[in-house]
Ligand binder design. Structure first.
Ligand SMILES: [Zn+2]
Length: 452
């Protein structure tokens, strides 16, 4: 399935990366860090055909693999690739649009921008820029909304396939409360989505998400069509927005007066299950949290977007409760979100928890960005940490990437666990794409910072 190392005649069968490695075996929210966090200050990661063959202390591994060619990332921290649980590639160019909250923002900025994606060449050009931007920020997997036009999905998947990326994406379904130039129908949404699933789902590393934008812009007939697709293709994802903003919640309840709450709208069409990803969830009731937990569904926590659009402070503590835990992925939500950087996003997530009287450690956040993100997509058998057999998507981080960070983190890679936790926290709060020295996809160096 992986193609990166498909030419063994020109590449060695095995190669290895030396450096400091940090990943997660369990959720540090619930399991003590001594058991959930794995830190190897001088390690060797052995790669074979794009996957992880072994990881351990350098000295011991070198004895076991004396011949393997090694790339040494000295003074760098190597972590699993970041997973962005919710992002719009079609909003790349309108990031940072001034002054509105959700519903006005959609009408004023988003819809006119998304109209441009009818042109496939344009869509490819933006998809290429978007994916390069993700790699520059260390994001190796994302859950992506395209536009309503099937060709915008084709363009995205073609560019992602060229880069051998593991990506989840889908065509937006939208048949009301949007401009005519941007709407489909219940029937075309069904047939177009179905054709895209058959063409792309499971093709190389690509996966499909059935993507009604949100309850406001889909008629009951269209949501029923989405439910039918899920029944026919049970291993595809459902990806939509849920309970982001108060005006949105009120309008939704006016449109679906028979439903008890916002989540119940999706439930009534069979859209709430373990492969369902709901962005935001800022205004959820206790009952909605509990039902999301029971269904095994995922919330994409979008802190920069929730702050920028004035939507509110997501209750992460509630989602992470021991009694009724909900899977949570961290997400940029560009272009409602204000950065492609998962580090900047993590920094805002920390501040949101502070405003709620809670806190979020660096390791809890990095878990959400890696193994937690993979678990939220049911992809933890493939990505998320350095376990043997997984696909080798990872990021080489520079914890001294700016003068301030170099001053704050005087030791490039502390060998002491607590000192490392502190350096990672500082980088999460102060860092951005400059902290990403390199990004590897399926074991291949795919992005390198110009000064790294
Ligand atoms: Zn969104």
């Amino acid at each position: 399935m992986l193609t990166a190392d498909a030419t063994p005649s020109t590449k060695p069968a095995l190669h290895a990366i030396r450096g400091a490695f940090l990943d997660f075996l369990e959720d540090p929210y619930h399991v003590p860090e001594s058991e959930s966090v794995r830190y190897i200050p001088d390690g060797l990661l052995v790669l074979e055909n794009g996957c992880i063959k072994a990881l351990g202390d350098y000295a011991a591994m070198r004895t076991e693999y004396p011949e393997v060619p090694v790339t040494h990332h000295r003074d760098r921290l190597i972590v699993p690739g970041f997973i962005d649980a919710h992002i719009h590639f079609t909003q790349t160019e309108m990031i940072g649009a001034y002054g509105e909250q959700l519903l006005e923002w959609l009408n004023k900025y988003t819809f006119p921008t998304e109209a441009k994606f009818q042109d496939k060449d344009y869509a490819r050009q933006i998809a290429a820029f978007f994916l390069d931007e993700l790699l520059k920020n260390g994001t190796t997997t994302a859950v992506v909304l395209a536009a309503v036009f099937p060709q915008s999905v084709e363009a995205f998947f073609e560019e992602a396939q060229q880069r051998n990326l593991r990506m989840v994406a889908g065509k937006v379904m939208m048949d009301r409360h949007a401009p005519d130039y941007l709407t489909d129908t219940a029937e075309t949404a069904y047939t177009d989505s179905r054709a895209l699933i058959e063409r792309w789902h499971g093709c190389d590393r690509l996966l499909y998400a059935i993507t009604p934008r949100f309850a406001i812009t889909s008629t009951p007939a269209q949501l029923r069509a989405a439910g039918k697709l899920l029944e026919e293709f049970p291993d595809v994802y459902l990806h939509t927005h849920l309970s982001e903003n108060m005006a949105e919640v009120q309008f939704t309840m006016e449109l679906f007066p028979d439903c008890t709450d916002y989540l119940n709208v999706y439930e009534s069409f069979g859209l709430v299950r373990d492969r369902s990803i709901f962005a935001h969830g800022v205004q959820l009731s206790d009952s909605e949290f509990e039902r999301l937990s029971r269904a095994g569904a995922t919330i994409a926590f979008c802190p920069t977007s929730n702050l920028f659009l004035g939507s509110g402070l997501f209750n992460l503590r509630k989602a992470k409760s021991k009694e009724a835990p909900v899977r949570v992925g961290l997400a940029t939500d560009v272009g409602g979100g204000t950065s492609f950087s998962m580090l900047r996003t993590a920094s805002e997530a920390y501040k949101v928890t502070q405003l709620r009287g809670d806190r979020l450690s660096a390791f809890q956040t990095f878990y959400m960005m890696t193994l937690g993100g993979a678990r939220s997509l049911l992809l933890d058998d493939k990505i998320g940490n350095f376990q043997v057999g997984k696909e080798a998507d990872f990021v080489v981080m520079n914890l001294q990437s700016t003068p301030v960070l170099a001053l704050r983190n005087p030791v490039a890679v502390p060998s002491d666990f607590q000192a490392m936790a502190d350096a990672v926290f500082g980088t999460m709060i102060l860092g951005d794409e400059r902290a990403i020295a390199a990004t590897y996809i399926a074991g291949q160096l795919t992005y390198k910072h110009p000064e790294a």
